[in-house]
Unconditional design. Structure first.
Lengths: 663, 159
């Protein structure tokens, strides 16, 4: 019964969204009543889709196998958390999750955007409703999650064992929130193009949504990376796999958008480019959905793909992206840039940032799609893998990283490169000193590693230098500096923290690539191996069955170089429902480094293949990403009053769009 | 070639992601120098039946066979390039994770460098042109009047 109610709610949401789209686009000029209608419709869509989602979760939790989706992906013995997460472990369910987040964002705009100009608000919500109607319709007509089975089977087929992990609970919701969050920027861009309201105020309304989506996408990608790191069994954290690229491309575009919207907000410049980025970012999010769903691309992560639906999504994609760009092309001639600035200025620095990010994005996009296109035009089949991306993307990021610390030191309109360099001299010296110390400890090597570490330190310490400079540490009494630090705008602090995080990630990446240790050997219980100063004693192997799998556990005692030992277990499992083997690697963290162990095949007698990796400073990779996301949220808290339009009395004359001047 | 790709694609779709039981100790070469070379070469070769993994990372049987093959060639005294050539001649270009630089991969390799160069030049040109356009323009009649009104003493309001 609840399943039918959920089914009905999803269909009703489709109807509400369709009507809301038509009314919104037809009557956006007529002001308050249309705005009120689309706002109510947005909240209603949210309630309806949430009800549909809840009914699916209920069916999975109660293991109601009369629901076809539950039969295919659920199992009565699965722990509760996996029963819930397996709702979105399938294509149909993940579409419902996608739509749930879409309507949640729509409702958020309806609630928090009350102070937006009525016509803009109506158009934004009409566009959101069009997205909801399209993807809700797609789900109902091509991938209905509410189909029933009669008679109902007694037991489900279980979820793909790799997905039976806490990662599935966290990663897709975060990633989807990021993807879908950019739909707001897209809708705002379309609304701006239709209404002609393209000014600094527009950028200020759009930036918090961009920031919110970007934070979630950052966390989603980092979480996905960590998940594959511990789940796939050999400690790889990034594969330049098409699906990873699909999530990385909107991130690059979104990062560029964050920076260019800043220029538009503060200086009323870069308007065309910012609108273009808003469209492209969400287009890439859609492309990400398409790439994952279509089965065209082959990847380690694709868990819910179906080629026929891919064709439908491709058509939808072409309509949305094509339509947006046609509108963009029609309007672009009427856009003129506002603020003037010298090439060496904050604006100039942000443009250079955008140039490198956009080119990096192009490199990833071309690398991901080129093999497909080449094959489609009858050419040869080639592979574009990690070595290509490491080289092409990595090379592009070096100059960007070199320039990051300069950006915040540049004044708006006209900056001074030499003065910035002087204020960064301390950071450069400190970075060099740290790098030298690192290499005295790690041993010198003739490779790119020293330069990479230096680059990461430079970015991080450059961010620290900016804060020190702002609070005048050392130049005025410490108490005054402290007061300045407390008084710093959160967005300024957030910039520094985010840039610091970039440096931290770079250090982690370089360190793992350069100094990872690997030991692959055959061991019998009682033997001891050693790697990177750690001694690993193989204690025993024991059976450790779980609720829906059989498992063997290898028990090891690790003794760290500084003394202190602990017992860990590395597991390999065979899931009973589909006899699929998986490994649960043992990961022990020492400081920021990790020891990664995997129990392999059973050889002769009691001998096992054991694979051990030492990953120095590997946690820096994700720690940096967490810092970036944290900085985003911090900056968001600074502008919490700005999520809607500002209150009337808080509006200064300069912020009001002056009629005529905005054109 | 196309059928091979089709077959490979079919295999991708047929298998859910499998867990890597990668390199076995007994396939490794006893000379650590040669083994390091073999790992480097293997890392640049794609496992044909798995998803975007190199043969060093994959647990598939084919990857195992290829690893053994690479090590045999290295032991036989081939250079790294000769080993890669040997594998490519048997399995096709698809096996290379880093595509060759040739006519059919020209766009792939040159896209990013072209964009950065053209984008950079466009930005410089735009900056030059903008500098030229910073000539002060006269106020329009309405603007002049508005200014007049604003600067009139009786319109000034105490802040």
């Amino acid at each position: 019964m609840t399943i039918e109610l959920g089914h009905f709610a999803l269909v009703l949401a489709f109807a509400v969204a369709t009507v809301s789209t038509i009314i919104g686009f037809s009557f956006w000029r007529s002001g308050g009543r249309a705005a009120l209608y689309v706002r109510q419709a947005a909240v209603l869509q949210f309630v309806l889709v949430a009800a549909a989602f809840a009914s699916l979760i209920n069916a999975f939790v109660t293991a109601d196998f009369s629901l076809k989706l539950a039969y295919e992906h659920d199992h009565s013995l699965m722990p509760l958390i996996y029963k819930i997460t397996s709702v979105w472990g399938s294509h149909e369910g993940s579409m419902v999750l996608w739509i749930s987040i879409l309507v949640a964002f729509g409702a958020a705009v309806a609630v928090f955007g009350r102070r937006l100009p009525q016509d803009l608000l109506t158009l934004v919500l009409a566009m959101q409703s069009l997205l909801v109607a399209t993807f809700d319709g797609f789900t109902i007509f091509t991938s209905n999650p509410f189909l029933r089975l009669n008679p109902a089977p007694l037991e489900g087929q279980d979820l793909n064992p790799i997905l039976q992990d806490i990662g599935l609970a966290i990663h897709p919701p975060l990633l989807y929130t990021g993807y879908v969050g950019f739909s707001i920027c897209f809708s705002f861009a379309i609304a701006a193009l239709i209404s002609g309201r393209i000014d600094a105020a527009w950028a200020r309304w759009v930036r918090p949504w961009t920031l919110l989506a970007w934070c979630f996408l950052t966390l989603g990608i980092a979480m996905g990376s960590y998940w594959s790191y511990y789940e796939l069994g050999w400690g790889g954290w990034w594969f330049w796999d098409p699906v990873e690229n699909a999530s990385f491309m909107p991130w690059l575009a979104g990062t560029a958008l964050l920076h260019s919207a800043l220029v538009m907000e503060k200086r009323n410049a870069l308007k065309i480019w910012t609108i273009f980025l808003s469209i492209i970012t969400f287009s890439l999010s859609l492309l990400g959905t398409f790439l994952v769903r279509s089965g065209v691309l082959t990847s380690v992560h694709t868990f819910a793909s179906d080629p026929t639906r891919g064709a439908v999504i491709l058509v939808l994609l072409a309509l949305f992206i094509g339509g947006a760009f046609i509108l963009f092309a029609m309007r672009v001639s009427s856009l003129r840039s506002g603020g003037l600035f010298a090439p060496i200025s904050r604006e100039g620095a942000l443009i250079v940032n955008n140039l490198f990010l956009a080119t990096g994005l192009a490199a990833v996009l071309v690398g991901t799609l080129y093999p497909l296109v080449l094959e489609a035009v009858g050419g040869r089949t080639i592979s574009v893998g990690a070595p290509f991306f490491d080289f092409s993307f990595g090379t592009l990021m070096v100059p960007l990283l070199l320039l990051i610390p300069f950006g915040p030191f540049m004044a708006w309109k006209r900056g001074d490169m030499l003065a910035a360099a002087q204020r960064l001299a301390g950071a450069a010296a400190a970075a060099l000193l740290c790098a030298i110390v690192v290499f005295m400890i790690a041993g010198w090597s003739f490779s790119l590693a020293p330069l990479g570490i230096l680059l990461g330190l430079w970015v991080s310490l450059g961010a620290v230098a900016e804060i020190i400079d702002r609070i005048k540490l050392g130049r005025i009494p410490v108490g005054d500096s402290w007061r300045r630090l407390v008084g710093l705008p959160r967005s300024a602090l957030a910039t520094a923290i985010a840039h610091f995080g970039v440096g931290v990630s770079v250090i982690g990446i370089v360190s793992v690539s350069a100094w990872s240790g690997e030991l692959i050997t055959t061991m019998t219980p009682g033997q001891t191996a050693s790697l990177a100063g750690y001694s690993i004693h193989f204690d025993a192997v024991r059976d450790a069955p779980g609720p829906n799998y059989e498992a063997q556990q290898g028990l090891f005692t690790i003794t760290a170089p500084g003394g202190g030992s602990q017992q860990v277990d590395a597991e390999k499992r065979v899931y009973t429902a589909d006899q699929q083997p998986t490994t649960e690697a043992s990961i022990s963290t020492y400081g920021f480094s990790q020891l990664y162990m995997q129990l392999g095949e059973n050889g002769q007698g009691n001998a096992y293949v054991v694979r051990i990796w030492y990953k120095p400073f590997v946690t820096f990779i994700w720690l940096g990403a967490v810092l970036m996301a944290f900085a985003g949220f911090l900056s968001l808290s600074d502008r919490r009053l700005r999520i809607g339009a500002p209150r009337r009395r808080a509006v200064s004359v300069a912020d009001e769009p002056v009629p005529g001047a905005a054109e | 070639m196309k059928t091979v790709a089709g077959l490979v694609l079919g295999l991708f779709l047929a298998f859910a992601p499998t867990i890597a039981f990668a390199v076995d100790p007994d396939e490794m070469l006893s000379d650590p120098k040669l083994e390091a070379r073999a790992e480097a070469v293997g890392g640049s070769l794609r496992c044909l039946v798995c998803q975007n993994e190199s043969i060093e990372e994959s647990g598939a049987t084919l990857a195992h066979d290829l690893r053994v093959l690479v090590r045999e060639r290295i032991k036989a005294g081939d250079t790294d390039d000769q080993v890669r050539q040997y594998i490519v001649s048997r399995y096709g270009e698809f096996v290379l994770l880093q595509p060759v630089f040739a006519l059919h991969t020209l766009i792939l390799w040159l896209a990013a460098p072209c964009i950065i160069v053209i984008g950079g030049i466009a930005l410089i040109v735009m900056a030059r042109r903008r500098r030229g356009s910073i000539a002060p323009t006269n106020l329009s009649a309405e603007e002049a009047e508005a200014l007049e009104q604003l600067s009139a003493p009786d319109h000034r309001q105490p802040e």
